[in-house]
Ligand binder design. Structure first.
Ligand code: HAM
Length: 418
């Protein structure tokens, strides 16, 4: 019997897996440059953290969580997202004495029991950033700009940014009531009617054409913002424009998690199959209190690593596979192999990336391995050269070949590769 990865999951294998590493680094780099510190939290938490934090009425909590009882009788859930965990950790460890916000970034695996399809997986990877403890439109604008810069650094040109404000505890209840009034008058199925009572904003997100057609006249949250939320949102927009960030106002943008207040945003790309969100986030001023902490107004985002790779592939941004090493050694005999082994070790210790032919495949197989590695240089170790204390250094792009004394190989290569 053989096994396959569970439904909705897959393996990133070389060489394509290099793309994942590159994307993860690039998406995190702008946040790291802006003073965000790295946080790592467990892959599982108490189930209550997510049901209270993410929200009892969300799809994530009602349908998608991997929840089980551990051997100690605790209800445990594999994390479906990172924000609740980060907030839990900050509350648990206490705020550092320094200035707020506490700025944190993370990267890891998340788990949702979703209907599996291209770009939608049951195990996926995110890079996230959260700024905790400050209510300041400049922080919202900073985070959005960092995500925009991350996508841009990867060369992506097809990422669009949608921006909205969902109001606050002051103005949201009146909007919610107005929306419920409107929705109750529509021709909707029983399940959707129930949703109107529990989470009416989610109805706006219903993708079915017969529902969308009825929503044209729905009240918009942006028409119901209180003065403070309006001014806050205006300032976020002004700062984004000043930073050269292009966005589209979308008063219908609602997100799949309940903790959002004020600023919400989503990054979309059209190369992802049935869905289009490569990333998203927003402000969550009430989350800390929802999970038993002090008032800590906060904002953050999470960017999907797998989906960003798909978006880049759709834009043809990875034409050639990256080289695995710079240098590849090809020994022509048993004694040469011992020398090659020592030489490769020396090169690696000198900071070069180097590999060699293993397994006694003969010269042809070894040269093929050198080609496949993508290395720029091959070191060919034959008996005659070795007797003279030298190896042949072959530039695999020009096929030019020169003898180099063994003792000078590392320095010669360093010079050529710098
Ligand atoms: P989210 O919108 O649920 O937000 O997820 C963020 C991103 O993760 C999505 O835009 C998408 O790229 C990726 N993603 C989500 N689910 C899947 C899936 N099943 N398969 C592949 N990729 C997926 C959050 O998770 C919030 N914690 C973001 C946040 C941080 N808000 C404030 N701070």
């Amino acid at each position: 019997m053989s096994f396959q990865a569970p439904k909705g999951t897959f393996d990133w294998m070389p060489p394509r897996s290099e793309r994942v590493l590159a994307v993860r680094d690039a998406l995190a780099a702008p946040a790291r440059r802006a003073g965000y510190g790295y946080i790592e939290t467990p892959a599982f938490e108490d189930t209550g953290l997510f049901s209270r934090g993410v929200g009892e009425s969300t799809d994530i909590v009602t349908k998608e969580m991997y929840t089980f009882e551990d051997k100690g009788g605790r209800s445990i859930t594999l994390r479906p997202e990172g924000t609740a965990s980060v907030m839990r950790a900050v509350i648990e460890h206490g705020l550092p004495g320094g200035p707020l916000p506490v700025k944190l970034w993370y990267s890891g695996s998340y788990y949702r029991y979703e209907r599996a399809q291209k770009g939608r997986y049951r195990h996926f990877s995110q890079v996230g950033a959260e700024a905790i403890g400050t209510e300041d439109p400049a922080v919202d604008a900073e985070l959005i700009t960092l995500a925009v810069d991350g996508y841009a650094s990867l060369g992506l040109s097809g990422v669009r940014l949608l921006l909205n404000s969902l109001g606050c505890a002051e103005c949201r209840p009146a909007y919610r009531a107005a929306l419920q009034d409107f929705l109750r008058g529509l021709d909707l199925d029983e399940q959707t009617r129930q949703r109107i009572e529990i989470n009416p904003l989610r109805v706006l997100d219903d993708k079915r054409p017969q529902v969308q057609a009825q929503l044209t006249g729905a009240p918009l949250v942006t028409d119901h913002l209180c003065g403070a939320c309006k001014a806050y949102h205006e300032e976020v927009r002004t700062l984004l424009t000043a930073a050269g960030v292009k966005y589209t106002d979308d008063p219908r943008l609602v997100r799949g998690l309940d903790y959002y207040t004020r600023t919400t945003f989503e990054f979309l790309h059209d190369g992802l199959g049935a869905q289009s969100a490569v990333g998203g986030g927003g402000r969550y001023d009430g989350l800390s209190e929802m999970i038993g902490g002090p008032p800590l107004p906060s904002v953050g985002w999470a960017l999907g690593v797998d989906r960003t790779v798909l978006a880049m592939e759709a834009e043809g941004l990875f034409d050639a596979e990256p080289a695995t090493v710079d240098v590849f050694a090809v020994p022509l005999g048993e004694e040469a192999k011992r020398v090659a082994f020592g030489l490769v070790v020396e090169l690696r210790r000198a900071g070069l990336s180097a590999d060699m032919a293993f397994g006694g495949r003969g010269v042809k197989g070894a040269m093929k391995a050198a080609d496949r590695s993508g290395a720029r240089f091959a070191l060919i170790l034959g008996d005659r050269d070795l007797a003279a204390g030298a190896v042949q250094l072959k530039d695999l792009t020009t096929a030019e070949q020169t003898a180099v004394p063994l003792a000078e190989v590392a320095d010669t290569l360093k010079g050529k590769l710098s």
